[in-house]
Design a binder for this molecule. Structure first.
Ligand code: MLT
Length: 260
């Protein structure tokens, strides 16, 4: 795990920590980070195995990713943060909120869900992990450069998928396998939302078919203090497809965290 300092900021404003989706790394957040209002520290993680980093394949676990993140935050001198995760990053954010709630001032859950996988989805993840490892290949995840974006982006802005393809190319088969196995093992964390005392913002692209609007509404209904932001003309990669809209939602969340 590497925590990148994307932008320094003064003490006083709650820092924002951004957790990427699969099979990507912290670069997917850079447009959102640039669009956040100045005056707030912003960090973005490379989760275990991302960006080609070596990973221990004997222990794929989002819980260990959350524990690593807690250590990295402590090393960075951060006691409380607005923790934002897209898809897999959201699963890690929920694990952190469960395991180290004092660290989490607010939760931003972007194109993600709180429920566990159905059996067929879990089996598909394990198949992809095996294919990536056995063939030492990224082929099983390359189609995600186009399947993760929404139909509007796919039709009108092919360059968005081209950027995502470059990021996928920077991953490793071992990292892909680790992430798929870790996600397959995750439990339902809807109850974490019910217990979480801080502000929550749930963001979802209106064309997200991976974690659709219904999954976002399920999280909003479970949380104590949640806002829902549906991003128009966006699929599962709202932070890449429509970064200004996502940044606006997160800026509002960070302000709520400052005043909580
Ligand atoms: C992601 O974007 O992180 C993935 O779609 C997550 C998943 O496969 O559940």
């Amino acid at each position: 795990m590497t925590l990148h300092e994307v932008r320094p900021g003064p003490t006083g404003a709650t820092p924002v920590v951004l957790l990427h989706g699969f099979p990507l790394d912290h670069r997917m957040w850079l447009d959102v980070a640039a669009a956040l209002p100045a005056g707030r520290r912003v960090l973005a993680a490379d989760l275990p195995g991302a960006a080609g980093a070596p990973v221990d394949l004997s222990e794929p676990s989002l819980e260990s990713a959350a524990d690593d993140l807690a250590r990295e935050l402590a090393d960075a001198g951060i006691e409380r943060a607005v923790v934002v995760g897209l898809s897999m990053g959201g699963y890690v954010a929920l694990a952190l909120a469960q395991r180290a709630p004092a660290l989490v001032a607010a939760l931003g859950l972007v194109d993600t869900k709180s429920t566990a996988d159905a059996d067929d989805a879990r089996a598909n993840r394990l198949r992809i992990a095996l294919e990536a490892l056995d063939g030492d290949t990224l082929e099983p995840v390359r189609p995600m450069a186009t399947t993760l974006v929404g139909e509007t982006t796919r039709a009108a802005r092919p360059e968005v998928s081209e950027r995502i393809a470059v990021w996928i190319d920077g991953q490793s088969p071992a990292g892909v396998a680790w992430s798929q196995r870790a996600m397959a093992a995750r439990p339902d964390r809807t109850d974490v939302l019910h217990e979480f005392a801080g502000p929550v913002t749930v963001v979802v692209g209106d064309e997200d078919v991976t974690t659709p609007v219904a999954a976002a509404e399920h999280m909003v209904a479970a949380a104590r203090d949640a806002h829902l932001v549906v991003v128009p003309r966006s699929g599962h990669m709202s932070a890449v497809e429509q970064p200004a809209a996502v940044a606006a939602a997160l800026a509002e969340l960070a302000q709520r965290a400052d005043h909580a």
